[in-house]
Ligand binder design. Structure first.
Ligand SMILES: Cc1ncc(COP(=O)(O)O)c(C=O)c1O
Length: 384
């Protein structure tokens, strides 16, 4: 596949599918797409099987299995002090991507503007366009990818309907801070807009940092839809299950689309999570579990010419390769996959203007052995 073909295909279908195919073709270690190469908790898998055997195999209620809605309301009371009415504020979804797409369709109408922070997860902009809206990108730039909120405010117009936030942030590994939340509180007070929060990495946060969930801030939550993914928390991205939490009026608006788009989600899996959440606080182990992987990967990268960009959350590590070559990030990702045997994602594809900062993204949600094998290959790359 040439650089040109990758570029073209990435415009037609997701870059993750393109790079995963290239990795397969060349037998490369796939650190491109964000999925673990280890299993979910075995008890959770057993609970799915048991639910099937116990006859939980027909349609679930549209919002989700009642026990699961209550289990989630309990979880978020404990975690973020949120006071949620399970039946009216939580909807189980077929993963976060579906929740995001449905939420955007539910809120955005023709002519509306949506503020998107780039580099951005690749599903946001196609969904906005499909809804007839106009994406208004705000570019965050390396090395720290911080947000200048005065500049953001200049992006707000009378047509702004929605702002999409993602913390911890894929691909940059940044997290929103107290100052960011204060700026958002000001914006929420001043402007009539809705916030869509992508919090799929809520539990993958490092160095003792706090996840600033929208659920912690009642005045922000009042204008928010907040999206989560079980797949990221329980190492089972292929189960495609998540949920969206929003105040009753926004939930009703969301469900109006959801009921015809999805109707309801995999019943046995919902029962399994409901049971599992009764006694397990699995998610408490995640920061430590992934921090060890991040630290190992960063340590291994020290013996390569890559410059590591600090990662505070998510299971992605950005690296600057400008000490290796000045070629485009798409071409570099292609060569890394085909000649060195490690697949990554070029970060330019997460910007709508395709700006190229010579940065690529690796996923470190992999077994230690996979990370070591990948690093051995990366260590063979010469610097300029
Ligand atoms: C920021 C972000 N949002 C949403 C998703 C999608 O989650 P799901 O697999 O539950 O659809 C991902 C997956 O990589 C992601 O990184």
């Amino acid at each position: 596949m040439s650089e040109q073909t990758i570029r073209q295909r990435a415009d037609e279908r997701s870059i993750f599918a393109v790079m995963t195919q290239l990795a397969r073709q060349h037998g490369a270690i796939n650190l491109s797409q964000g999925f673990p190469d280890f299993d979910p908790p075995s008890e959770l898998m057993t609970l799915v099987f048991l639910a099937m055997q116990q006859g939980k195999n027909q349609y679930a209620p549209m919002p989700g299995v009642e026990e699961l809605l209550h289990a989630l309301a309990r979880k978020y009371r404990l975690l973020y002090g949120a006071d949620l009415r399970a039946q009216d504020e939580i909807t189980i979804t077929a993963g976060a991507t579906q929740a995001l797409f449905t939420a955007i369709l539910a809120v955005v109408e023709r002519g509306d503007e949506v503020i998107v922070f780039e580099p951005a997860y690749d599903s946001y902009i196609p969904a906005i366009r499909r809804a007839g809206g106009t994406p208004v990108p705000y570019a965050m730039t390396p090395p720290d990818y911080r947000i200048d909120w005065d500049a953001v405010e200049k992006h707000i117009s009378p047509r702004t309907k929605l702002m999409i936030l993602n913390t911890p942030h894929n691909p940059t590994g940044t997290i929103l801070t107290d100052e960011d939340i204060a700026a958002l509180q000001y914006i929420a007070q001043r402007y009539d807009l809705v916030f869509l929060w992508d919090e799929v990495y809520e539990h993958i946060i490092f160095d003792g940092k706090v996840h600033h969930s929208a659920l912690r801030y009642p005045e922000l939550y009042a204008k928010s839809l907040v999206v989560y993914s079980f797949g990221k928390t329980y190492h089972n991205t292929g189960w495609k299950t998540g949920y969206v939490i929003a105040p009753p009026a926004l939930t009703a608006q969301y469900r109006y689309v959801h009921q015809y788009n999805v109707f309801s989600v995999h019943t046995p899996v919902q029962h399994a999570y409901a049971q599992y959440l009764q006694h397990s606080k699995w998610y408490e182990s995640l920061p430590d579990f992934y921090q060890k992987k991040r630290d190992l990967f960063v340590q291994l990268l020290k013996q390569t010419p890559f410059r590591v960009i600090p990662c505070h959350g998510t299971y992605f590590q950005l690296v600057d390769y400008s000490d290796i070559t000045s070629m485009s990030d798409i071409e570099f990702a292609r060569i890394l996959t085909t000649q060195y045997g490690v697949a990554c994602i070029p970060v330019s594809v997460f910007y709508s203007d395709r700006r190229d900062h010579k940065v690529v993204r690796f996923c470190f949600a992999k077994r230690e052995e996979t990370l070591r094998r990948a690093a051995e290959k990366l260590q063979k790359i010469p610097s300029k």
